[in-house]
Design a protein around this ligand. Structure first.
Ligand code: ADP
Ligand code: ADP
Length: 223
């Protein structure tokens, strides 16, 4: 379980992006709903150990995340809101390369891992194509494959369906639901339906503060 206590982040220019955020996040899909500028990306970056918050604490299982970020990184998959791709590299080549960087050096197991991921995210048929030519939905599904190398137990997924058409959004959400069966997954979004369709628990973030937390059934009816 992931536990966030009194997390506050103030940027150097004085913007208070997070203001005393506390959350208990159980296994499965957890939705973080909030409008643009609410602080979602800041919170996601703090959880992904890419931003050190001004104050507060984060624990994942027995890991004190702010004190030992490298231990969390070994268990972490992160899909940032805008991730860059190398334009001419194919999906297969990129996953293979990332697998080596993650320590999957032996060719046989690495091939099995990469092939299984390409199948799971439904990109097997385009594995030899350059990622730069992918549609938005294909790119996001590739992002999930990328984040899942190394079999993380915590997945941080930031605004993944922004800009996707309804069919691609559906496809992406089905994939995320499958991933959520075996991991702690935090999904940030400004789309109410994403949370309603997918998440068993959720919180609403506005101006850096949690205004409510609970089940989508209880919270979304009240919106
Ligand atoms: P989001 O869509 O999550 O709100 P933004 O478009 O606000 O993201 O931010 C995109 C990038 O610009 C991020 O890296 C963010 O940290 C940075 N950024 C956003 N607002 C500011 C700001 N007021 N000053 C400096 N950098 C900012
Ligand atoms: P969200 O992801 O919900 O859109 P963000 O975490 O991107 O929210 O931003 C929260 C607030 O912090 C916004 O007011 C944004 O402009 C500001 N912000 C984000 N990144 C930076 C930054 N690097 N420097 C200063 N302000 C920032």
């Amino acid at each position: 379980m992931l536990s966030i206590a009194s997390l506050t982040h103030v940027y150097p220019n004085g913007t208070r992006a997070l203001d005393g955020v506390s959350l208990e996040i159980p296994p499965g899909l957890y939705g973080l709903l909030g409008p643009n500028g609410a602080g979602k990306s800041t919170l996601m970056r703090c959880l992904a150990t890419l931003q050190v918050p001004t104050s507060g604490a984060i624990r994942f299982a027995d890991i004190d995340v702010l004190a030992e970020p490298q231990r969390l990184r070994a268990k972490l998959g992160y899909l940032p809101q805008d991730f860059g791709v190398y334009p001419r590299v194919s999906a297969y080549e990129m996953l293979d390369h990332l697998a080596v960087l993650k320590g999957l050096v032996a060719a046989g197991p690495r091939r099995e891992t990469v092939e299984a991921l390409l199948n799971q995210v439904n990109l097997w048929d385009v594995r030899k194509k350059a990622i730069a030519g992918f549609s938005g939905g294909m790119r996001q599904r590739f992002g999930i494959a990328q984040a899942m190398i190394g079999n993380p137990t915590l997945m941080i997924v930031d605004e993944p369906t922004a800009g996707l058409d309804p069919e691609e959004r559906n496809r992406f959400n089905n994939l995320l639901a499958e991933v959520g069966e075996t991991k702690v997954v935090i999904l940030s979004t400004h789309i109410v339906e994403d949370v309603a369709d997918l998440c068993s628990r959720m919180a609403i973030l506005v101006d850096g503060r949690i205004v409510s937390a609970g089940t989508p059934g209880a919270l979304i009816d009240g919106l």
